[in-house]
Each structure stands twice: as C-alpha cells, then as structure tokens.
Design a protein around this ligand. Sequence first.
Ligand code: ZN
Length: 205
Amino acid sequence: MDAQLIGDILTVCRRMDAKGLVNAFEGNISALQDGFIYITPSGKNKAFLDEGMIAILEEHSLKQVGGKFPPSSELLLHTQSYKARADVKAVIHCHAPYLTAFALNRRPLKSRAYPEMMHIFKEIPVASYGRPGTPDIFTGAAELVEKHNAILLANHGVLVLGKDIYDAMNRIEACESIARVLFLAESIGKPVDLSEEECAYLLAK
Ligand SMILES: [Zn+2]
C-alpha cells in the first residue's frame, strides 16, 4: 500500500469535487502502481473520502486487498484502459457538465478557432454508447484509447488517461475548460476559424 499515492488520489478527489467535476454518484479516479490498482469506492462522496476508503486491487486478479468499501462500479473503464496502454498509470472517468453535454449530443470536441484545443488535444472523439455498469461500458472506447488521452462516452461522460494522477487531473480540467469555452463561444455567435495554414501549424505542434 502506497500512502503517498493514496494521499495524491484524495487530493485530486477533493479538487475535482470543489470544481464540480464529480459527486457521490458520478466520477471515479484510479492510479496503477507496482501491480495494484487504487480506485475510489462506489457511491461515496469524493469530498469526504479518507485513506481507508480507497479500494486497492491486484491488477490482474482484481482481488481486493485494501480499502473498506468495494471499488467503483465503473471499474472496467479503468482496468481496460490500463490493459490497452502500458504508458497509462492513472484514469479519471467523470460526468463533467460541459463535456457530458457534448457527450449527450454525441458531438466530438473539435475546433478550428481555438488554438488551445488544437495543440493540446487535436480532437476529443466520441465513443459509441455502452451501457454503464455492464461489460459494454468500454467497448466503444476500446478503438480510441490507442490514439487519444481524452474520449467522450456517448450519452454518458468522459474518460481521461494520464501518465500519473496529476497528469490525468490536468487533462480533465483542461478539456472541461475547452468544452465550456466552445459552448460559450457558440452561444454568443459563431467562432471564427483560423486559416488553413495556421490550423496545420497548430495541429502539428
Ligand atoms: Zn459514469
């Protein structure tokens, strides 16, 4: 058991709760270290978690070896992400409001007007719908995780992958902020696309 990692997960939980990105019923945060998956428990408010509440599972057997509550019911999103990408050491899934609004519309995030969007994420695609709480939850995302660190889950929420827990947190915050900006920009007019040349430069960065 790694007390430092558990502390980092709790820090990220509290920050995401403060930013309105998670609540008791939505959102799960995990990290993989030394063959163990550390993940938030099912149905508990992220703001009030303590060290003993983070579920710890053996990566391959998924046997729970620590934590007094069972893992999130969306565990499969995490385990499948770790299986798919050896470089991924942290996974955040949540229903961040602006990103989830795009996910309900099954609308990928892409912009030719916002440089931030282009050079950080290029595009945030939408995975086909998989019923939450079933083995289908990851099916649509499976073909996208190779190339993307942020994926919208149709009619559900968002999945973000990181090289560590803070990297994943930074990504979820950045893509929620981008979704909010795009939503606001479109609500007051029509964002002006940059030139082909400028887009090509930004997308290649
Ligand atoms: Zn969910």
